[in-house]
Ligand binder design. Structure first.
Ligand code: FAD
Ligand code: NAP
Length: 252
């Protein structure tokens, strides 16, 4: 089922990365879920999934998207101006949510690992109270190619101020030197940061099957590499029939 939404605000983080704030009547959703956006008529509908970045109680639906060169839908989304209409699926879906994680008290550390627009569902979860009430430490690892691809720095900085002991933010920028913008991002890809031990050193906690839950989102090749490393360390995939420590969502 589709409903007509209207773009009421947009924010451009770079020439290809943007946030749309959409007014649309959809059913209640859980932080971490995605909706579909669509253009075209029923015969020739192009629909794609987008994680919701806003919190479930927010007035507007927010999505973070990147313009994929030669993509079928994202270049059209990138062109949407304020006031433009876009079709939105009325029901959100997806299992990359805190509710899907095992609730046992030993899981004290929550790792959010994202590349690119994969940070979106984690921002939505961080905007709710749930993770802050449950986990002693929350680590957000956010890997991008360029500094300008680091979206939502204002929200992240505010969380760092609000939860200085509980929240660790680790930006990773792969194609620009550390000197740029005076920000201390790691300059390697996420799997390399795991192999070298740099990520855990910065977080001051290890990723362990005993106390960690790890959620991974974004580039599928990154997810496969990270998952393989975690499986080798004894973590298992989190399934409803067999709870584990790794929960993931591949974007393509
Ligand atoms: C569950 C789920 C949630 C998603 N959430 C988001 C989101 O919040 N924001 C978002 O921008 N996209 C998200 N995507 C991807 C999105 O659905 C589209 O695939 C994307 O916008 C490209 O669509 P397109 O029609 O322009 O390109 P297509 O013609 O469908 O081309 C697809 C190709 O684009 C590249 N690609 C697709 N998505 C991305 C991406 N996010 N970052 C980098 N390269 C990409 C890949 O090479 C892929 O093979 C999500 C996908 C899934 C399955
Ligand atoms: N001007 C433009 O329009 C323009 C410019 C650039 C890219 N693009 C396109 O824009 C889209 C979005 O790109 P994006 O940068 O948001 O997402 P992305 O390509 O998934 O890159 C995000 C981060 O993931 C890393 N990464 C990629 N593959 C990985 C792997 N196998 N293991 C671990 N890390 C990995 C990247 O490192 P690396 O930086 O080392 O790859 C980068 O740090 C892509 O389709 C891209 O082709 C467009």
């Amino acid at each position: 089922m589709w409903t007509q939404g209207q773009v009421v605000a947009r924010r451009d983080w770079s020439d290809k990365l943007f946030t749309l704030s959409i007014k649309a009547e959809i059913a209640p959703f859980i932080a971490g879920q995605f909706i579909k956006l669509s253009q075209g008529n029923t015969d020739k509908r192009i629909a794609r999934a987008y994680s919701i970045v806003s919190a479930p109680d927010a007035e507007l639906l927010e999505v973070l998207a990147v313009k994929v060169p030669d993509g079928q839908l994202s270049p059209a989304l990138h062109q949407l101006a304020i006031g433009a209409e876009i079709e939105v699926s009325t029901k959100a879906a997806g299992f990359l949510t805190l509710e899907e994680l095992p609730q046992a008290a030993n899981y004290r550390h929550l790792w959010f690992i994202a590349t690119g627009t994969g940070v979106g569902p984690f921002i939505s979860m961080l905007r709710t109270q749930a993770p802050w009430l449950k986990y002693e430490k929350i680590i957000l690892v956010y890997g991008v190619s360029y500094y300008s691809d680091l979206a939502y720095q204002d929200v992240i900085q505010q969380l760092q101020q609000q939860y200085p002991q509980q929240f660790v933010f680790i930006p990773m920028v792969t194609r620009e030197s550390k000197a740029v913008e005076g920000m201390a991002a790691l300059d390697c890809r996420i799997p390399q940061g795991l192999v070298s031990g740099e990520l855990e050193a910065l977080a001051q906690v290890d990723i362990s099957p005993l106390d960690s839950q790890v959620m991974i989102c974004g580039n599928p090749a990154m997810i496969t590499e990270v998952q393989t490393m975690l499986l080798e360390r004894g973590l298992t995939k989190n399934l409803r029939r067999a709870p584990g420590q790794i929960t993931l969502e591949k974007y393509w």
